[in-house]
Design a protein around this ligand. Sequence first.
Ligand code: PLP
Length: 374
Amino acid sequence: MLLVMHAPRIDLFEWLLQNAPNATYNLAFSNIYGLTVEEYQKYTDFTLPKNFDLGSNAQYGAHELKETLSVMYNCTPDNIVTTTGASEANFLVFSSLLSQGDEFIIEQPGYQPMWLTPEMLGARRINWPRKFENKFRVDSETLSSLITEKTKLVVLTNLHNPSGVLTNQQTIKTIAEIAEEGGAYVLVDEIFLDGSYSKKPSCFGIPNVLVTSSATKIYGLGGHHTGWIIAPEGIAAQCQRMKAHTTGASSSISEIMTAHLLKNARDEVIKRFQKHATTNRVVVKKWMTQHKDLLKWVEPDGGIVCFPKYSLNVPSVVLCKHLFEAQKILVNPGAYFNSEGFIRLSFGGDKETLQSGLEALTNGLQDVHRNHHS
Ligand SMILES: Cc1ncc(COP(=O)(O)O)c(C=O)c1O
């Protein structure tokens, strides 16, 4: 049988890309502002040599990056596949581990591509709720009841996108044990983990767990789009083979520049992120406390996104469209994370835009409240 794949629409991306250019208050993206070349050089002291061969290509990843990642994750180069962003990393994991008819279990709310991609590949989604009432924590007990003989993969993000909630190592260990009993692997996307308010180790090393990540969110290197998979050797080999069908080789320059930053200044760049995120989190927290009548939240454990529940009885897409049209505020509808009644609010931008954006958001929400009750 010939399987024809059609790319399903990712509402979240289309919403962001279509509206961001016209937003006055962009409270929607999940990355911090990028590093300038000047900042980069201050952190690394690295410039590309004049005789750098622009034709060079590292099919199996630049050795500088693999070396650096081996230290970061306490693993060997055979555990690593370098990729073009966490997007390709996740794609390679899904396409290597899932076939038509397999089941995968995915946290909900969640990051849309992490179920649309495996569904596109013919796998069947099983939702695993992370409830607001339970502070968006993963519930390992429910997981056991969702596993069947067809389950091949359990998928979660840590920190959780969209809520910013951390799952601790012990819980991931329990999840991995439950998955292993059912013959499934666990994929943990750790793209936001270094944004935790206190430093947390990767969960690679827990048996049966593979992780993906990239330097696009916390480190200000989105333009390089360097990502990676850290997995048991056999799976890494499968993903590496799959990569021949996507990008073949990632950008050497990006990988080398990313490696120098991670090797020489990882902690400092994390501090840069934390300084900014902490300042903005204080602003958001104060605003949340003042507007409990409009929104309630689970305070994130890090990162620059949160997922408050609003008290209006309006679908999230309608609400967000209204906020955009009336106030030029860009926030993401909960529906795009498969959770109605929520918005994802980001606070990675500059403090002034955040402050005036939150004021505009108060007006926008009160406006909808009035119209709804008049
Ligand atoms: C959980 C998660 N994984 C992966 C990505 C994509 O990462 P990258 O920009 O490295 O491709 C994102 C981007 O928002 C994300 O939130």
